[in-house]
Design a protein around this ligand. Structure first.
Ligand code: SAM
Ligand code: DTB
Ligand code: SF4
Length: 342
């Protein structure tokens, strides 16, 4: 490793400096470590930065489903693919707040609102801002993923009380054109810049298992880790293959390669919440347990992602209990709870 390191005094582990850059070949070298060495390093970094070892529960709600004009090759909500997802209108504010209250009552600390838009229309902004305000008042951290943002939209969301904006790079720049043609990689980076400038926290990750090479997985992680600063929250999605989408029918990724991706994200972005995101239902308990060991510390919690299935909340609680993992809600102080989930 050539980047600057600091030394964590309690554990004597070399921790990469938060501003260090990660050349793709160094990220690839992590992927190529013997599995146990990689897991050991990831655990060391994880314990040094998250001594509580808690797992964040984030509930996801699709506030605007289907009918999207974009052509993302993985996505069941793109209107041009015949996936059986019906286009619906933007939900009413009350429907969103009811779901948020239920999420809070089940133990979630973060509530993510997703819309199948290329970008939000001006006419929808007032309603979305009211949703953000309402969810914040319920006492949850707020996150939205609405597509590309134009000048000023990120500031409006920030003013409404938004904590995080999710906008993914999805894959490495050199693989991107195999997956999406209706927007450029640079458009995504521009939106992330606006999100950062508005003072919002960045939630940015990608999808693995889309037919990319290991080098390209390393390329995605390097892109994320080299954002300055790197995202506070990094969703690592396993492609959920949906019939009717162009990416349906690919050979599935080796589950151990998915675990490696989580570990490499943990090592290169030591302070980020690494989110074990889409694809958990297909993964089974043992692979999920390895992902937690590799440093994942956030999951989507609730029986649905946006349009596809997620494990039942009850099963997730049972899995966390079986592994002896605490939830973030249980490690928050009273003062942090007052401030909406810290
Ligand atoms: N429409 C907005 C956009 O694309 O920016 C926000 C919602 S979009 C569904 C959010 C993210 O979900 C995508 O960037 C992608 O990373 C992830 N996603 C969508 N479909 C997926 C699938 N089938 N498997 C895994 N992740 C998926
Ligand atoms: C993210 O990175 N993953 C979530 C969230 N951000 C919005 C979405 C996963 C969607 C999986 C496919 C679906 O359910 O439609
Ligand atoms: Fe639309 Fe987002 Fe799906 Fe792409 S990922 S098709 S932008 S909903």
């Amino acid at each position: 490793m050539t980047q600057a390191v600091s030394f964590h005094s309690a554990t004597r582990i070399a921790i990469p400096d938060a501003s260090a850059t990660w050349p793709v070949d160094e990220v690839l070298a992590l992927f190529e470590l013997p599995f146990n060495d990689l897991m050991y390093r990831a655990q060391q970094v994880h314990r040094a930065h998250f001594p509580d070892g808690d797992v964040e529960l984030a509930t996801l709600l699709s506030i605007k489903t289907g009918g999207c004009e974009e052509d993302c090759g993985y996505c069941p909500q793109a209107a041009r693919y015949d996936t059986g997802v019906e286009a619906k209108k933007l939900l009413e504010i009350d429907e969103v707040l009811t779901a948020a209250r239920e999420a809070k009552a089940s133990g979630a600390t973060r509530f993510c609102m997703g819309a199948a838009w290329r970008s939000p229309k001006e006419r929808d902004m007032d309603k979305v801002e009211a949703m953000v305000r309402g969810v914040k008042e319920i006492g949850l951290e707020t996150c939205a993923t609405l597509g590309m943002l134009e000048e000023g939209q990120a500031d409006r969301l920030k003013d409404a009380g938004l904590d995080y904006y999710n906008h993914n790079l999805d894959t490495a720049p050199e693989f991107y054109d195999n997956v999406i043609s209706t927007r450029e990689y640079q458009d995504r980076l521009d939106t992330l810049g606006r999100v950062r400038n508005a003072g919002l926290k960045v939630c940015c990750g990608g999808i693995v298992g889309m037919g990319e090479s290991r080098q390209q997985r390393a390329g995605l992680i390097a892109q994320l880790a080299n954002l300055n600063p790197y995202p506070e929250s990094v969703p690592v999605n396993h492609l959920v293959q949906v019939e009717g989408t162009p990416l349906h029918g690919l050979d599935p990724l080796d589950p151990l390669e998915f675990v490696r991706t989580i570990a490499v994200a943990r090592i290169t972005m030591p302070q980020a919440r690494v989110r074990l995101s889409a694809g958990r239902r297909q993964m089974g308990e043992a692979v999920q347990a390895m992902c937690f060991l590799a440093g994942a510390n956030s999951i989507f919690y609730g029986d649905k992602l946006l349009t596809t299935g997620n494990p039942e909340a009850e099963d997730d609680r049972a899995l966390l209990a079986k592994l002896g993992l605490k939830t973030h809600a249980s490690t928050l102080t009273e003062a942090q709870k007052e401030r909406c989930g810290g």
